[in-house]
Design a protein around this ligand. Structure first.
Ligand code: BTN
Length: 336
């Protein structure tokens, strides 16, 4: 399958990057132009593109160009070198410097091409990022904003596990790459020190009992200033970012690789293991059991304690009036 997964005007940039890597020091624009078969102004244009992609290329009017630093962006050709998955993102990654929403783009592609399975759409920033419950999701540069198209051949009732598998993958990837103590919060948020650092959004297309496709959207406040994103959220939601918690930047390339690998792992687990095991693992990584919660529906608020997560993913809440309520994520807003 061919997507625009490679660089925009493919060959010359790749070739150019390869030449810069081979040459340990400076190489003249003239030599590069001759080797690649384009003009020196063509070289200069492509150097600008590579710089926009985060490569640190120094230039000197006498000596030419030198690759002084690699990019940390999760670019398709960089991920392709390191990604160890069998189908998620395997030769199928689309990268956009700016898009309205990777989720909407992924849905569009899934609708158009029924053969797409495992394709990943990544954006450096989103202008119209979507969160759960139709909330706005602020997505500036520095974050990880991606969506994955999946075609799970599972019974419709099992699809409620997909957000749990996705959240587990993100939580696990954050823990492994940053060593931060990430936790899961129902239904599918990832938190650090009680503050939201990542969210999962699932869109599903079904015909009767048959699942056409599912799009899993993942948003991680990686290297962003959390004060700049909290303005878009309701006041009760406390947010953080990985860089704020770490007090230094984290590798978005390394973290994206890990997320895609863990997502494939938990997706396969979800399809082949009994639901109980995914929920059990989710619970082990969560600290919401026994926490106070407020259930909000149609301006009505019920207070209670999160007692358990059932095998279908619903939350069991013991209300202050000693009722047991099973809460489904799509029905109700939960405040912690
Ligand atoms: C939430 O509300 O917690 C879920 C947020 C999901 C945001 C991600 S960012 C990538 C993808 N594209 C979107 O527009 N939304 C999801």
């Amino acid at each position: 399958m061919r997507t625009n997964a490679k660089m925009p005007s493919e060959e010359p940039e790749e070739h150019l990057l390869c030449m810069l890597r081979l040459q340990k020091g400076y190489i003249s624009g003239k030599k590069l132009a001759k080797e690649i078969g384009i003009s020196t102004s063509g070289i200069s244009k492509r150097i600008t593109i590579l710089r926009q992609y985060g490569y640190n290329i120094e230039s000197n009017h006498r000596m030419g160009y030198r690759l002084a630093g690699e990019t940390d962006l999760p670019l398709p050709w960089e991920l392709a070198k390191v990604l160890q998955t069998s189908f998620v993102g395997k030769d199928k990654i689309i990268y956009r410097q700016t898009t309205h929403s990777t989720q909407n783009l992924a849905i569009l592609l899934a609708e158009k091409d029924p053969s797409l399975d495992g394709i990943v759409i990544i954006a450096e920033q989103q202008t119209n990022g979507r969160g759960r419950e139709n909330r706005r999701w602020l997505s500036p540069k520095g974050g990880i904003w991606l969506s994955v198209v999946l075609r799970p051949r599972i019974s419709a009732s099992m699809i409620t596990l997909l957000p749990f598998a996705g959240a587990l993958a993100v939580c696990d990837a954050i823990k492994k790459t940053t060593l931060l103590d990430a936790k899961l919060r129902w239904p599918n948020d990832v938190t650090i020190n009680g503050k939201k650092v990542a969210g999962i959004l699932i869109d599903i297309s079904m015909e009767g009992e048959r699942i056409n496709y599912a799009v899993i959207g993942i948003g991680i406040n990686a290297n962003v200033d959390s004060s700049s994103i909290s303005s878009g959220l309701e006041k009760s939601i406390k947010v953080t970012s990985l860089s704020d918690e770490l007090t230094h930047k984290t590798s978005t390339l390394g973290l994206t690789k890990m997320i895609l690998e863990r997502l494939e792992y938990y997706y396969i687990e979800m399809k082949h293991r009994v639901p109980h095991t995914i929920i059990e693992e989710w619970k082990q990584n969560s600290d919401i059991i026994h926490q106070k919660v407020a259930l909000i529906q149609n301006n009505r608020t019920i207070q209670g304690i999160a007692a358990d997560v059932n095998d279908d993913g619903s939350l069991l809440v013991r209300t202050d009036d000693c009722d047991n309520i099973n809460v489904v994520a799509s029905d109700i807003h939960v405040r912690y």
